[in-house]
Ligand binder design. Sequence first.
Ligand code: HEC
Length: 110
Amino acid sequence: MSIRTGLIAIAVASVITVSPSFASDGLDLAKKSGCLACHSIENKVVGPAWKDVSEKYKGDAKAKASLITKVASGGKGTWTEITGGVPMPPYSPRVSDADIETLVDFILAL
Ligand code: HEC
C-alpha cells in the first residue's frame, strides 16, 4: 500500500469511527450530563437500568412527556422496589430542555 492510499484509508476509518450514530450520541450526552453516575443501559446502578425504563413504558404515548418532567424536576416513587426509594435528582436548568428531550428519546428507544 502506498503512503497515499494508507493515508486515505486512515482518513476513511476515522470518519467511520467518529460518525455519530444515535446510540453513541445519546450515551455521550448522558455521560456529559452526569447521568451515568447512577444509570447504565443494562444494569441497575443507583437508578434503574435504562433498558428496564424503556421496557416499562413501551407503547405508552404519555411516557415521553412524563419522563421529560421527571428528568427536569426530579422525583421518586416509581422504582422504589429497585432503588429503595432514592430520588432521581432534578436536571433543569443544568441540562437544557433540548438535551433532556434527546436523552429521553434515547432511553425510550433502547
Ligand atoms: C444521583 C443519582 C441519579 C442521577 C445522577 C440520575 N438519575 Fe435518573 N434516576 C435515579 C433514581 C434513583 C431513579 C428512580 C426514581 C423513582 O423511583 O421514581 C431514576 C429514574 C430515572 C428515570 C425513570 C423515571 C420514571 O419515572 O420512570 C429516567 C428516565 C432517568 N432516571 C433518567 C436520567 C437522566 C437522563 C439522567 C441525567 C440527566 C439521570 N437520570 C441522572 C437516579 C439518578
